[in-house]
Design a protein around this ligand. Sequence first.
Ligand SMILES: Cc1cc2nc3c(=O)[nH]c(=O)nc-3n(C[C@H](O)[C@H](O)[C@H](O)COP(=O)(O)OP(=O)(O)OC[C@H]3O[C@@H](n4cnc5c(N)ncnc54)[C@H](O)[C@@H]3O)c2cc1C
Length: 332
Amino acid sequence: MKLPVTIAGGGLAGLSLGIALRLRGVNVTIHEASVYPRHRVCGEFLSGITDEALERLGIRNALNTAVPLRTACWSNGTKILGEMTVSGRGISRWKLDDLLQRQFTALGGNLVTQSRIQPAPGVIWAAGRPKNPSEWLGLKCHFRDLPLTHDLEMMLGTSGYVGLARIEDGMVNVCGLFKRQQISGARGHELLIAYLRAGGLFSLVERLESSAAIEESFTGVAGFTFGNSGEIPFSIGDAACIIPPFTGNGMSMALESSDYALQSVLNYADRSCSWDEASRTSSQKQKQQFRRRMAVASLIHPLLTSCAGLGVVRSLASAGLLPYKTLHHLLR
Ligand SMILES: Cc1cc2nc3c(=O)[nH]c(=O)nc-3n(C[C@H](O)[C@H](O)[C@H](O)COP(=O)(O)OP(=O)(O)OC[C@H]3O[C@@H](n4cnc5c(N)ncnc54)[C@H](O)[C@@H]3O)c2cc1C
């Protein structure tokens, strides 16, 4: 008889690990603080995870309904700084997390929603970004009737950056990371627009004002930082480390971290190693696998979010000196 497993957090990391464990006969309980479906602040551009990893986790089918994203560009809102081909998927977290929670429960997993639990020995910590005081604010909203030049448009403003990604049903997700400012009187998608205007992205503001915001999809999040966050043993996903969002790699890392944790959890469930040992091997593997992309991302992020850095990026881009392909590779 295998030992049962408890997971805190039913986001991508927790649900994918829960599904993979259920497929291998482990009894799993996931405690999720919220309910499904729900919108989350996320660019909803998934890229990096391999089909083999998705197979191992048993979640490849859930991604069949995602929109394939092939073309991408970086711009300053008016001028394209660079274009590239990508291999990504666009799918809302509203849809993806809901598909995964349904799969988990259909496999006999025990999902307890509206249940916020505390870290404890024997609990895998997949509870997402830890709360930390910071200058960052993430805002997102879905739009209809918003034509795109590329499947993914990334734009650099003076106070942050924003991504526009095609997702299901012809919608476009607009999600930005901004330095917090005093902006009064704007709520919902108007707040997102106010931040874009404050960052000088006027042509994007015009485009958004001529399209239809889906107000109920608007969400915001503050109080998070980037880097390794894992003081809590047996953490996966954002609870272990948070990569800056311009990489479009956080969702992939949440899923990959489940894949890296899987064998350690199975060894624990089979009683062939202790909880502490399983936690240690899982954490080592994640650190090893994510070291390079975390290091590269932490070098580039300050360039994209400071006026001086933006100047450098724009000059390099104008001279055709930005190695998009190499950077894309190094960040995966
Ligand atoms: C502005 C922004 C844009 C982004 N854009 C992209 C992008 O385009 N592509 C990409 O790949 N990544 C992107 N990311 C990153 C991506 O969203 C995260 O890396 C990903 O959501 C991490 O998944 P997770 O399962 O670890 O955490 P989450 O998805 O945050 O899930 C954690 C879950 O735990 C629950 N929870 C929290 N505390 C508790 C508790 N105590 N007990 C029980 N449950 C709890 C929460 O309700 C939540 O459902 C972006 C992030 C930001 C901030």
